[in-house]
Ligand binder design. Sequence first.
Ligand code: C2E
Ligand code: MG
Ligand code: MG
Ligand code: MG
Length: 281
Amino acid sequence: HAKSLGKNNCQFYSMELNQVVHQHLLLEASLSRAIGNHEMVLGYQPKVDLRTGKVVGAEALVRWHHPINGVVAPDQFIPVAEESGLIVPLGEWVILEACGALKALEALGIEDFVISVNLSARQLRQRQFASQLARTLAHAGVNPRNLELEVTESQLMDHPEEAMEALAELKALGVRLSIDDFGTGYSSLSYLQKFPVDFIKIDRSFLGDVAEHGHTVIARAIIALGHNLQMKVIAEGVETREQLAFLREHDCDQMQGYYFSPALSQASLEELLCRDARLPG
Ligand code: C2E
Ligand code: MG
Ligand code: MG
Ligand code: MG
């Protein structure tokens, strides 16, 4: 009996596995069509300066408006895009689109605004990435200092030597660099010190502790670490007044999160900036 059960289980699993592989291939095929079909859309989540309350930038977050499945979140397809290599054309599209948004803001008289895009290690590893980015920026007429590139701590620390070289090349272009989801990876502090980055982003999981326990030792330590390394610190995923008060009290530089705003359409971002919306108090 046990033996036949085992056998059935085995069949069951291999069927499941087949389905997973099949789903994956379907996803990959529709993903590769999605960019050309204009199914990808960027949302822009405002970033606020904690001292002035002013909106100083926005993070571009990709959404897939699938004709049948509706809006698909990046967690559902970025991993597939990374595995298949489709992240490279997708990432190029994201940068072009962000450049377009920067030009549109400039036309409205909004300057010194920084848009950040998320970068996968796979893009960073491309030999021609920095020179191609330089061409893209020049062609779009965008000042490199208005573009920021976010790479997660874990992706940077996977191959820190190579990452450092790639970051140095990008830094030389004049773009801004930030380490995303900081505190969740395993950082080598000696590398951290050598990375030419402008911002550390405190992973939102640490702010959850403020909601639960009223404080977070980790977030405080990250703010101090960042400042000691001459970096600015931004908190992501800020949802409550308590979290905001905590960040202000501990001298964090910027914040983004639902407390102020979710990701907005380009039109809504423009509207927000034109009426000079501020974070209260
Ligand atoms: P991330 O870069 O850490 O982005 C922050 C995520 O937190 C976003 O989810 C954002 O919508 C969400 N978020 C913002 N404020 C709050 C808040 O107050 N509370 C909560 N609970 N969540 C908040 P999203 O848009 O689903 O993106 C997830 C991840 O997908 C991003 O994490 C990023 O790693 C990746 N991603 C998004 N767009 C791109 C892209 O264009 N290229 C690449 N390579 N990755 C991307
Ligand atoms: Mg990010
Ligand atoms: Mg993050
Ligand atoms: Mg993340």
